[in-house]
Design a protein around this ligand. Structure first.
Ligand SMILES: C[S@@+](CC[C@H](N)C(=O)[O-])C[C@H]1O[C@@H](n2cnc3c(N)ncnc32)[C@H](O)[C@@H]1O
Length: 274
């Protein structure tokens, strides 16, 4: 079965000419047409502690993308569109660090955003993926490579299969701009515990830095945002808002496409380090 699911993921990743949305739709079609192969919401939720634990199989990875992928992608894109203008001074080399990247949805949203703005081919991306799940990390690498190929982008990918407390944060390179992505991880207690040391390290990341954090406005996430703001007091700019977002997405519990509305908290911080 795992092999069959790997083939499905591989096939779907070849269809990304129009971006992550193509992959998402392909996986939804597969999920909808193969109910016997899928996990139930309760089985997935109980095993993964509502998608916060590292995923252990392709079956879990497919469930995750179908249930949450579009929401996470759209939230990150919305935050980018509200806070930065990527067309003003496109850099030759850009570094992206995706913390707890899962299957790379935040990085894919960033790449889609560059493409939508017509600047995808103007920069070369140095992508750092940090994630404890091997299954998720392998899929993230595959999807980012395939999307880069579809958009004609130059991308180098550096994977760290580990939790954030053991991560090596890339601080120096040719890149004059770094985008730090924290998509739906700030509510996780072990991530929150590493925020103080993470903030100290990224403070001295050379060049211009932008940090983007999104999460539904749960109580746990509010704690994470509070710690983040407190530890990132060196940032020059803060944007921190809650938005009622409506997503047209597949609902795993209803087995159909539907509108889903959720309040998302979104933060962007920027700073320069010499
Ligand atoms: C809700 S998922 C978010 C994944 C991805 N960022 C997204 O937006 O789709 C939470 C992710 O955090 C990872 N994770 C859990 N604890 C972690 C830790 N201590 N350090 C790094 N990643 C962690 C999990 O393996 C999982 O991939």
């Amino acid at each position: 079965m795992s092999n069959q699911l790997q083939i499905q993921i591989d096939k779907a990743s070849e269809t990304m000419d129009g971006g992550f949305s193509d992959y998402y739709q392909n996986m939804v079609n597969y999920f909808h047409q193969n109910p016997d192969h899928n996990l139930s919401y309760s089985a997935f939720s109980n095993r993964t502690n509502r998608a916060t634990n590292a995923l252990v199989s392709e079956k879990e990875a497919i469930f995750y993308i179908v249930a949450y992928g579009w929401q996470h992608h759209q939230s990150m894109q919305y935050l980018l569109s509200q806070t930065i203008d990527v067309t003003s001074e496109p850099q030759e080399n850009i570094r992206v660090v995706d913390y707890g990247c899962g299957q790379g949805v935040a990085t894919l949203a960033f790449m889609d955003y560059l493409s939508q703005k017509g600047v995808a081919q103007q920069s070369s991306l140095e992508v750092h993926l940090i994630e404890p799940s091997k299954v998720s990390l392998d899929i993230a690498k595959l999807l980012i490579e395939r999307l880069a190929k579809a958009y004609g982008m130059q991308v180098s990918i550096h994977c760290q299969e580990r939790t954030l407390d053991n991560a090596l944060i890339p601080l120096n390179s040719e890149c004059k701009e770094t985008f730090h992505l924290l998509s739906n991880v700030i509510d996780i207690e072990t991530v929150q515990e590493t925020l103080p040391s993470l903030a100290k390290q990224i403070m001295s990341c050379t060049g211009k830095n932008f940090l983007f954090a999104t999460c539904p406005r749960y109580a746990n996430a509010q704690t994470g945002f509070r710690i983040l703001r407190q530890e990132m007091d060196f940032a020059d700019n803060f944007y921190d808002e809650c938005w009622d977002m409506t997503y047209q997405m597949y609902r795993v519990t209803q087995a159909c496409w539907n509108q889903h509305t959720s309040t998302q908290r979104m933060a962007m911080m920027s700073w320069i380090s010499s």
